[in-house]
Write a protein of this length. Structure first.
Length: 182
């Protein structure tokens, strides 16, 4: 099968069947791109995910852009991003056209109330998987905990958390890691 067609259909399928946005898509993208098709190594996927979360925009679109670009450059990023965005666009367009017909329907309201807890689980799973891949342990668990508490309780900007973490990582690498002699 043509790579571009396969990539488009894969990201389109993920876009159609994932409820809950970008974080809910992460485990499906990882399963398909890393585990099943082996297009990208696990470490590279984690790096692309970190970059995707750090750049402005929607996570699902960002990860699609970076994966497509890594695989086939600009054309690959256009194909994977189109596959991710098109289903949502069509679904939202259809909902917008017909929403007034079912917005007060009790059955629809109950369906959405049932979907919400599932979406939380879909977001929690990639978070725990990312923690394992990032080698979070008893020595560095304080970093994500403090970051989350700063953002959640003190309304600290995530931008500052990312900047401080980046500077901290750079300083750690410069000051604490053993020097390699050349």
């Amino acid at each position: 099968m043509n790579f571009y067609l396969e990539a488009f259909s894969l990201f389109c399928k993920i876009g159609v069947f994932t409820i809950g946005g970008g974080y809910a898509m992460v485990p499906l993208i990882e399963q398909e791109v890393v585990d099943k098709r082996k297009w990208i190594a696990k470490d590279d996927f984690i790096d692309l995910l970190a970059i995707s979360q750090s750049t402005p925009g929607v996570l699902a679109v960002n990860i699609s852009i970076f994966i497509g670009y890594k695989l086939r450059g600009l054309r690959g990023s256009i194909i994977t991003t189109s596959g991710t965005v098109l289903p949502s666009f069509i679904i939202i367009l259809a909902i917008a056209l017909f929403f007034h017909n079912f917005k007060d329907n009790a059955i629809v309201e109950r369906i959405f109330k049932g979907i919400r807890p599932a979406v939380v689980a879909l977001i929690a799973v990639p978070t725990f998987n990312m923690a394992k891949s990032a080698k979070i342990n008893r020595y560095n668990i304080w970093i994500p905990v403090v970051s989350a508490l700063l953002i959640w309780l003190l309304d600290f900007s995530p931008v500052w958390v990312i900047i401080i973490a980046g500077v901290g990582g750079w300083l750690y690498g410069r000051l604490c890691r053993p020097k390699v002699e050349s």
